[in-house]
Write a protein that binds this ligand. Structure first.
Ligand SMILES: [Zn+2]
Length: 353
């Protein structure tokens, strides 16, 4: 009797999930319709190697002293970012804040001074309460014990510069009458190198409710080529895209296939990857709140976390293409009709029956 009961229960489970995995994937792929192709290409083309180069060289200059959290160089970088947004009239989402979200030193490790995230905002035209976040940390390691400056051109001058240029492209679109349907928050976080604390502070003190935060596209090191790709530089590691939303993963793939055709490498997205990159940059604080993410990353190289991570080693054409990919993905997320679906990766466990 007991056996029979189990058998009938199993039959029930079987009949409930008769849609094959491959069919489910195809259904999701078919449901994604790219929007505004001509506009996406037009505004992506406002992102240029020269502008990216100017940002990276400035942010990683010796005068910024490696941008250690709470120190003078980090403040200089924060001011550079803020001044950029003021110049382009891209507003702050925080009243009277001059774009700064101040993090008290009590939130930071001992002997670390007060620091700040830098935020800029474009308000959506149709669904302003739904917010896409694009993030990049701008702090770095400061100066070594031997007084060498950790310039952090790739980590994360590259991501910081990409974020500025993405904001500028959306701003240009807005000025020409193409305001995104959803809102976009450009989030430059501090204190990543000392424990992802700027993004933790944001997720503990969000400016917009997290339940209406659609996703976080996080950029951390996208200006270099790692050892595995010297023969095919047109690549980027994507991490996390399918973990909480399969729609995000296939949408990201479709944007890439349609406009850029980069090789998207998912090696570090593997569940048991020993590097655990999924947990190692700012996006992970959003994951912990149930928000889908994509982490964009070029992998490590011989200059990683060393004073030799300098601007002359950045490939600016490559940085441009990667920045355009992230811009176009954000455009789709902000402008597609339906809000991104969250499925918590459960889909992955569905048996092929
Ligand atoms: Zn970094």
């Amino acid at each position: 009797m007991k056996f029979l009961f189990i058998a009938s229960a199993l039959a029930l489970v079987g009949s409930c999930s008769t849609t094959k995995y491959s069919t489910k994937v195809q259904n999701i792929k078919d449901s994604i319709e790219l929007v505004d192709s001509a506009l996406v290409i037009n505004y992506a083309n406002s992102i240029t190697p020269n502008e990216l180069k100017n940002h990276v060289y400035t942010i990683s200059d010796n005068s910024f002293e490696g941008r250690a959290t709470g120190e003078i160089g980090q403040k200089m970088a924060a001011n550079y970012i803020k001044t950029f947004y003021e110049k382009h009239n891209i507003i702050s989402p925080i009243k009277d804040s001059s774009h700064f979200q101040t993090i008290p030193n009590s939130f930071l490790p001992n002997n670390t001074k007060t620091s700040e995230n830098v935020l800029a905002f474009i308000k959506g035209s149709e669904k302003p309460n739904e917010v896409i976040i694009i993030s990049a940390h701008y702090d770095h390691l400061g100066v070594t014990e031997d007084d060498l400056i950790n310039n952090g051109a790739d980590d994360n001058g590259s991501g910081t510069s990409a974020l500025l240029e993405i904001a500028q492209a959306f701003n240009l679109a807005q000025k020409e009458g193409h305001t995104p349907k959803r809102s976009i928050l450009f989030l430059h976080v501090t204190a990543e190198e000392i424990g992802k604390l700027g993004s933790l502070y944001y997720t503990e003190n969000p400016v917009f409710p997290l339940e209406n935060t659609i996703c976080d596209l996080n950029i951390d090191m996208i200006g270099r080529v790692d050892e595995s790709h010297t023969n095919n530089k047109k690549y980027l590691y994507l991490i996390g895209s399918d973990k909480l939303s399969h729609e995000l993963h296939y949408l990201s793939e479709k944007v890439n296939e349609t406009y850029f055709n980069m090789y998207l490498d998912y090696k570090y997205n593997a569940e048991y990857d020993s590097n655990h990159y999924y947990t190692r940059s700012d996006h992970y604080n959003f994951v912990l709140k149930g928000i889908p993410v994509i982490f964009y990353f070029n992998g490590t190289h011989e200059d990683y976390h060393k004073p030799t991570d300098t601007a002359d080693k950045i490939d600016f054409d490559l940085l441009m293409t990667r920045t355009k990919l992230i811009f176009a993905t954000a455009w789709q997320l902000a402008n597609q009709e339906k809000r991104l679906l969250i499925d918590n990766g459960i889909f992955e466990n569905t048996q092929s029956l």
